[in-house]
Design a protein around this ligand. Structure first.
Ligand SMILES: *Cc1c(COP(=O)(O)O)cnc(C)c1O
Length: 358
């Protein structure tokens, strides 16, 4: 038995996918390693709706967030934050001496097209970062609207964090005009934590040449150089175990069918939201509520910790609020391998436990 995870990462991993992590090693400079990364890239291009090259990094998603803001900001970055993970991008800029400004929306609310226009029209910025799905507040940003404004500023490089949404909802990277789209393995892709993925536009790679100090391990240009010139290899030894599992999991995702997968996530989100509204309140503006997790305001001030302890005895786990929201909100993730029946199971268990907590 293990606890079924309704937390926004790591998420449930199918046993047959976990088993692929135990595949015997191959040389990371071998033809087999090249083929492995090539296959993964081709499948990821479908999931991400992009023709851009794909780079993998043996780090969690934060690695490529830090790497990208550092690799591509030659002038100044504008960080559009709607919560904890947007704020993290700004901290990364500061820690790397990357010139940046931050616009932080009131928590629970999205980054609007108007705000993006206001900043980009100043001409001060060559990079903008947006969080697609803010895992602290449960807001999913209106990226189509943002993309319309962004198209007026073709010279700005757009970095998009899709760590907790890629493969849970359609993110049409090329139609949106996203230059660098970043995700990690352990959320809606339903793989163990430990690798990050990015699609990188040729425009971004050209622009990055203007940046003198890009670091090395997380330099997106260096990562790309190996993919391009060394037949889909890597600058350092990658987590081959993750790659075996990822190649297999991408087959499973494509076999399910992307549209079906998105519909499954939407169905779980709608059920969870209706349950949350009946018993509590939604934390984010409903129009911008995420389809991969629901952040719920703890209107009855019960102990989220006590609830989770009780759920644990039934082999389930949800998430408390993020940071300052720890006991003020709680979060139910419904992404990756989970289905509507799992969500019904956890909400029914919560309904039974709550009256016993007082
Ligand atoms: C989890 C998460 C991150 C951080 O990803 P790691 O893989 O843990 O480094 C960044 N952004 C969002 C929106 C996330 O949900």
């Amino acid at each position: 038995m293990h606890k079924k995870l309704f937390i926004p990462g790591p998420t449930e991993v199918a046993p047959e996918v976990l088993a692929k992590m135990a595949t015997p090693m191959i040389g990371h400079r071998s033809k087999d390693a090249s083929n492995l990364q090539r296959e993964i890239s081709e499948k990821l291009r479908k999931v991400m709706y992009t023709q851009n090259p794909i780079v993998l990094s043996t780090s969690s998603g934060s690695g490529l967030m830090e790497g990208s803001i550092r690799s591509f900001t030659a002038k100044r970055a504008i960080v559009f934050s709607v919560g904890a993970f947007g704020n993290r991008w700004y901290k990364m800029a500061e820690a790397n001496n990357v010139p940046a400004d931050k616009h932080e929306a009131e928590w629970g609310h999205p980054t609007t097209a108007e705000v993006v226009e206001k900043y980009l029209s100043t001409g001060k910025y060559d990079v903008m970062t947006v969080t697609h799905n803010e895992t602290s507040t449960g807001v999913m940003n209106p990226v189509e609207e943002i993309a319309e404004v962004k198209k007026k500023y073709p010279d700005v490089i757009w970095l998009l964090d899709t760590v907790s949404s890629m493969a849970g909802t359609k993110i049409d990277v090329d139609a949106l005009g996203v230059d660098v789209c970043i995700c990690s393995t352990q959320k809606a892709l339903a793989l163990p934590p430990g690798m990050a993925i990015a699609s990188v536009s040729k425009r971004a790679l050209e622009h990055g040449k203007l940046v003198k100090y890009r670091g090395w391990y997380l330099d997106l240009l260096e990562l790309y150089k190996y993919v391009e010139t060394k037949d889909y290899q890597y600058s350092a030894t990658p987590s081959l175990s993750h790659m075996f599992a990822m190649n297999f999991q991408l087959d499973r995702i494509l076999a399910e069918g992307l549209e079906k997968r998105y519909a499954r996530h939407k169905e779980m989100a709608e059920y969870t939201r209706a349950w949350a509204k009946k018993n509590f309140a939604l934390y984010p503006e409903e129009k911008h509520a995420s389809v991969t997790l629901t952040t719920i305001t703890n209107t009855t001030a019960f102990s989220v910790k006590a609830l989770n302890d009780a759920l644990g005895k039934q082999w389930m786990q949800i998430s408390n609020g993020y940071g300052d929201l720890k006991e003020k909100t709680f979060r139910i993730a419904h992404m990756g391998e989970l289905t509507l029946s799992d969500v019904k199971e956890v909400t029914a268990a919560i309904d039974k436990i709550l009256p016993t907590l007082k």
